[in-house]
Write a protein that binds this ligand. Structure first.
Ligand code: FES
Length: 147
């Protein structure tokens, strides 16, 4: 294969992968997959949680509050593309919310925000929401102890 052919081959392969991801996640999910906002760990968070789903993937959520509202949120996962997209949207949904509003975030809210997920990956949205709820519980228990 010449270098030019090889470049074409790689470009075609990439286009094919992008098309498949667009089909699977819709345009909004696809864009988030390409640009995983809210990814990473937050130093000394006010609330954090780490959950492993039945699938074996682990999700972490980090929250930092100011005046009892989320000022900073992030996710970290070793899981599939769907879990990364779900973690990212869960963190985005958490931004600016107080504890009461945070309790309303469910797997369905995460899913609704993305628009679409492959049927087999619906549990990734639930894992992201469950981890967010755990991070909130962590914040609440630390707050109760009067940190
Ligand atoms: Fe388990 Fe995505 S979080 S397959």
């Amino acid at each position: 294969m010449t270098m030019e052919n090889f470049d074409d081959f790689v470009n075609n392969l990439q286009e094919q992968i992008f098309d498949e991801a667009r089909d699977a996640y819709g345009e909004k999910g696809f864009q988030r997959w390409r640009n995983p906002l809210f990814h990473g760990k937050i130093e000394s968070p006010d609330g954090q949680a780490r959950l492993t789903g039945d699938c074996g993937d682990t999700m972490e959520i980090f929250l930092k509050f100011e005046n009892d509202r989320v000022k900073q949120a992030s996710y970290f996962t070793d899981g599939c593309a769907s879990s990364a997209i779900c973690g990212s949207f869960a963190a985005e949904l958490a931004m600016g919310k107080d504890p009461d509003e945070l309790t309303d975030i469910t797997g369905d809210s995460v899913l609704k925000e993305i628009g679409r997920l492959p049927e087999t990956d619906m549990h990734c949205a639930s894992l992201a929401a469950a981890t967010l709820q755990e991070a909130l519980s962590n914040y609440m228990s630390v707050r109760r102890k009067g940190k």
